[in-house]
Design a protein around this ligand. Sequence first.
Ligand code: GDP
Ligand code: ZN
Length: 444
Amino acid sequence: MFEQVDTIAAIATPAGRGGVGVIRISGTNVPVIAQSILHKLPKPRYAAYSQFLNAQGELIDQGIALYFPAPHSFTGEAVLELQGHGGAVVMDQLLAAVLNAGARLAQPGEFSERAFLNGKIDLTQAEAIADLIDSASVQAMRSALRSLQGDFSRKINKLLEQLILLRTYIEAGIDFVDEEIDLLADGQVLRQLTELQHTVKAIFNQAQQGFLLKEGVHIALVGEPNVGKSSLLNCLAGRETAIVTPIAGTTRDIVRDQIQLDGMPLHIIDTAGLRDTDDIVEQEGIRRTKLALQAVDLVILLLDDRYADDQATPELLASIPSKPLIIRNKIDLSGHEAGISPQGMVYISAKTGAGVEDLKQTLRERLGLQTQTEGTFIARRRHLDALTRTLTALQNAMSYIHSYQNELLAEELRLAQQALSEITGEFTPDDLLGQIFSTFCIGK
Ligand code: GDP
Ligand code: ZN
């Protein structure tokens, strides 16, 4: 037989033991596979209690079979779901029988990819499925759900419509008018272009919030031993956070990954101070710390408020790339008032919790996190990149209006449309698609 086996199957539930395990099958061979395993094709969309049999007719398991004929399924193809008992051996046996009956093992993300290729969902929705499953906070989960429901795509599509209208208008002018038309004199074009830029900026800001929720920010917490770094982290982590496990890096740095601020993950490197040292191991630690400091979004310098500022050695200050957030701790001992000084220093006690709310507020401001996350949708780096390219193209288009270069203007608008279309996947190179779906788990 030369017919290509395009039917895919995978265990959709997590590996290991569970009450129920689900095998998902999608493709044209589904009816054949159903006949082989169930000895019948279940009534569409009805839970059919059934025995699951192998090719020799031996019983593997019994459970629920669900059949969704094409195109009314998640992938848009015929889909069969077999819900059996969630044991590793049972699931493996059942999967083997399904593969034997005419399916091949699905690649990671292949079900979602088929759903996308068959027009069931767009690319941002496919990504939102993965992000929903991976979400680490309620806020991230809600944002992923909003993307999954199409909030993000709708905004992009509306923008695309406006952009296409403008392009049509301008290109008609270029093609059918003999002499160059003066688009600058035509206030309409300028106004629409300005409006488009505003909308792209607004969407970018929302997407950036979603990106922060998903990816979090990287913070280095720097200070001499005993100033209270660990105490501050525990204080910020609060009760709802799992016990932080130190991941061994060097002897001098510890990464704690469990802290969240308004649902945004804070990836914090806790480092010791940077002193001059002859110790080779310590020097290596310092070298790594300095490298790490270059890569973070924010450096927090923690000082003991009982002592003067010179706790931060010039060596240390010199290795901090951007303006650090300075926190003065232990005000319960120094007697200083809690809160933010006019210079932006934050006075706290990690022991009593005084000033910690002010600190959180300062962090939100410094990290560009809006407290109001309603309307935020989950976003990825590639979405932000595409929006940035859209904005650049629109800005270029604007400058070409002023220099009366209508052909170049039209070209920039085409580029803007192309960048926007990449977001929803309407115009996305195949290798990028492959890259996106390959990061999904198998069975998704
Ligand atoms: P690290 O070495 O910078 O991580 O400092 P630790 O968090 O381990 O704290 C060193 C010591 O200072 C511990 O005994 C803490 O209980 C204490 N400490 C930390 N913060 C405060 C504070 O705000 N007030 C008081 N009184 N003690 C604190
Ligand atoms: Zn510590």
